[in-house]
Design a protein around this ligand. Structure first.
Ligand SMILES: [Zn+2]
Ligand SMILES: [Zn+2]
Length: 193
């Protein structure tokens, strides 16, 4: 593992700016990996790790930098819960740990550095200094990961009976002897114009 400062430099580049969320995300991911004993997530341990993130904000970019888990490798899973939290799954052992930022962290940042009026600067500094226990809750958890969710899984491709588009890995919906993609099954997030 790299140092906090090294990861923050990389996170700044990947994310476009340095912010309190980056500091929180880097610390959160470093803690998760330390709990699992994963030392080289982007090198020799890169096939061991799947990470679930629970928010689409700054901290998530930092988690991706530290873990090396990416959406395109199926190693990063997004659950839109709006929480600064992530679950790190060691697929070689089945061990998993969920780390969540405590709601009290902002107030604690205010207490730690009342002399800094700018919130982001105040939190950026405080989130470097506050202990893991004050910043995060840690839970050992179990994550059911079906084969098609694993990074290396190669599944068949199925063509939708309605739109003709191919879809991967048991994402299809079977209804009235038809095979449908999720869009044609009614889960569309867009309307065609
Ligand atoms: Zn940011
Ligand atoms: Zn379809």
């Amino acid at each position: 593992m790299n140092s906090l400062d090294e990861y923050l430099r990389e996170a700044e580049q990947a994310h476009g700016h340095l912010c309190a969320g980056q500091v929180l995300g880097v610390r959160l991911a470093m803690l998760g990996l330390a709990k699992l004993g994963i030392e080289d997530p982007r090198g020799k341990d890169r096939k061991r790790l799947v990470t679930f993130v629970e928010i689409d904000r700054c901290a998530t970019d930092a988690v991706a930098v530290v873990t090396g888990c990416r959406l395109g490798k199926r190693a990063l899973k997004f659950r839109d819960w709006g929480k600064v939290a992530a679950t790190f799954v060691d697929v070689s052992t089945g061990k998993a740990v969920r780390i969540a930022a405590k709601e009290s962290s902002k107030a604690l940042a205010r207490q730690t550095h009342p002399e800094i009026s700018d919130k982001n600067s105040q939190q950026m500094l405080a989130y470097r200094e506050i202990s893991d226990d004050d910043l995060f809750t840690t839970q050992w958890v179990k994550v059911e990961l079906p084969p098609e969710e694993f990074p290396g899984y190669k599944g068949e491709r199925i063509v939708c009976d309605v739109c003709g588009e191919g879809n991967n890995f048991r994402r299809e919906v079977r209804r009235d002897r038809k095979v449908l993609c999720r869009g044609c099954a009614g889960e569309r997030y867009y309307e065609t114009l």
